[in-house]
Ligand binder design. Structure first.
Ligand code: HEC
Length: 220
């Protein structure tokens, strides 16, 4: 009896070992997939081979001569001359007085952009006294009293797109509509700023508009 059990167990062992060899799994390969339809999409992956196209690739280059929506090419160089030319040629797409007051909405969006991307250097009130500037970064000129008052919107757009001096380009951070929004916000700051009376503005501006910096904190 006992012997028969041993034979049985030995046979079982052989079967298990054999099964293991037959169905043994290569750990360098993916496991068996029972319902693989979720894992492998029917659509071609962006970088997968694709026999439907002559190039054999799934991703295709844009058709020559076409422009992707919202990607109108800008033909400017990062030079002061081209910044001035942009001032002549580029017009602010947001017009005031239209239905639904798009300018007010744009300024509100621009205030958010300003609080996130400009306050660090230009300061909450635009006086050029942001925390980065106070700690040694070359302080930017005041947006309220400086040259930007005289610059056309298109020139500010050029500065935001290509940078100016020690200010880096912001094109990678801000899409074009956001750049116009923040320009509109800067304009609204300039128009509501107290009249230019001497040079004492810098210190007077900082406490006057503390709301931008607090907005930044409460929203992140
Ligand atoms: C890293 C710091 C920094 C950040 C962030 C920054 N700026 Fe500047 N900005 C500067 C400096 C410095 C200058 C002066 C550059 C120069 O002419 O040498 C400047 C110049 C400008 C000017 C031109 C002013 C003039 O009188 O010539 C404008 C307009 C401007 N910045 C707007 C913005 C806006 C809007 C943002 C946010 C989207 C922004 N900047 C973000 C540092 C910064």
């Amino acid at each position: 009896m006992l012997l028969r059990v041993n034979y049985l167990l030995a046979a079982l062992l052989v079967v298990v070992v054999a099964l293991n060899i037959v169905f043994g799994r290569d750990f360098s390969q993916p496991h068996y997939e029972l319902f693989a339809d979720m894992k492998h999409s029917v659509a071609y992956d962006a970088f997968s081979k694709n026999s439907n196209f002559a190039s054999g690739q799934t991703m295709q280059s844009p058709v020559p001569g076409t422009i992707a929506r919202g990607e109108m090419p800008l033909h400017y160089q990062p030079t002061p001359d081209d910044a001035r030319r942009a001032g002549q040629e580029l017009t602010n797409p947001i017009v005031s007085g239209a239905k639904g007051d798009p300018l007010a909405k744009s300024e509100a969006r621009g205030a958010q952009v300003y609080a996130r991307f400009c306050v660090a250097c230009h300061g909450g009130g635009g006086a050029g006294d942001g925390p980065v500037a106070l700690r040694g970064f070359p302080p930017p000129p005041s947006l309220l009293t400086g040259k930007s008052l005289q610059m056309k919107d298109g020139q500010l757009f050029h500065i935001l797109t290509y940078g100016q001096g020690s200010m880096a380009p912001m094109a990678a951070q801000l899409r074009r509509p956001e750049r116009w929004d923040v320009i509109n916000y800067v304009r609204s700051m300039q128009s509501t700023a107290p009249p230019r009376a001497g040079e004492s503005k810098t210190s007077a501006d900082a406490p006057a508009k503390p709301d931008e910096s607090t907005k930044l904190e409460s929203e992140s």
